[in-house]
Design a protein around this ligand. Structure first.
Ligand code: HPA
Length: 276
């Protein structure tokens, strides 16, 4: 189906179930789905109940939208996302982010679990995403431009909104949460990188390596949403420690830091909402 038609039919399907209008869209990364419990929920929609919506196949990724409030801020939260490596076309990978924009979200808050490539990072650190490198994955904007969403050649000078980044920085500082900063580099996965690839990514300026996020940020910027994001450094990237990498380790770290993550995200959302 035509991408725009599919998007609109998914929007209709959501609207049949709820009229909730979110201010912020939040995507929860691997192992971070527990944050869903923080929401004063008003409606829940399983992805599988939205016709045409891509459904995640990854263990540890649930698949639902939660509509409700964080403090007093109306949000829509994605518990589980789909990845390019699952075999979906990139237009499907970013469909949920676009849908949240069409539901009314002015800002997209992206989270993920990522491998740390920067030598000053440790597992369990948080990294404020200041910029990204998406050059290793196809652009989600390839194909006929959806004029109703945005321009053919969108500017990407400030993908991660400077004011929203400041809000996250402040929220972290006020709550005594140390937060690193850097560039997120998206690869296709699903295999973790080789040590040589990690050295390459580091040489190119990547601080955190992962398999999501950048394309969602591009699609959201294309349609004029304001974007921000936090990586949870779940492990040091390959070759930087003598431990083999596993998806279990990624989830374990996310679980270990989930209390701090919850606090950081909640306080950040409250601050961000004042800017929208
Ligand atoms: N590499 C890529 N993606 C990841 C990693 C990693 O080391 N950890 C969690 N997601």
């Amino acid at each position: 189906m035509d991408i725009e038609k599919k998007l609109m039919s998914c929007l209709d399907c959501v609207r049949e179930k709820t009229n909730f209008k979110p201010l912020v869209g939040l995507i929860l990364g691997s192992g971070l789905g527990d944050y869903g419990r923080q929401i004063d929920a008003r409606a829940v929609i399983e992805y599988k109940d939205i016709e045409g919506f891509p459904v995640s196949t990854v263990l540890g990724h649930e698949g639902r939208f939660i509509f409700g409030y964080v403090e007093k801020v109306p949000v829509v939260v994605m518990q589980g996302r789909v990845h390019y490596y699952e075999g979906y076309p990139m237009s499907d990978v970013v469909l949920p982010a676009r849908l949240m924009g069409l539901m009314g979200a002015k800002a997209l808050f992206l989270t993920n679990a990522a491998g740390g490539a920067n030598f000053s990072f440790n597992s369990g650190d948080f990294m404020l995403i200041r910029d990204h490198i998406s050059s290793f994955v196809p652009s989600p904007l390839i194909g006929a431009n959806i004029e109703s969403l945005g321009t053919r050649f969108p500017d990407m000078s400030h993908i991660y909104d400077l004011e929203l980044c400041s809000a996250i920085r402040q929220a972290a500082a006020e709550n005594g949460i140390h937060i690193k900063e850097g560039t997120y580099l998206q690869l296709t996965g699903p295999q973790f990188e080789s040590p040589a690839e990690v050295r390459m990514c580091r040489a190119l300026g990547g601080d955190a390596l992962g398999m999501s996020t950048a394309v969602e940020a591009i699609a959201a910027r294309h349609m004029g949403m304001r974007v921000c994001g936090i990586s949870c450094i779940s492990n040091l990237a390959a070759g930087m420690s003598n431990q083999p990498l596993t998806h279990e380790e990624v989830q374990e770290t996310a679980n270990r830091v989930s209390k701090q993550f919850t606090e950081l995200v909640t306080k950040s959302i409250v601050k961000i909402s004042g800017l929208l």
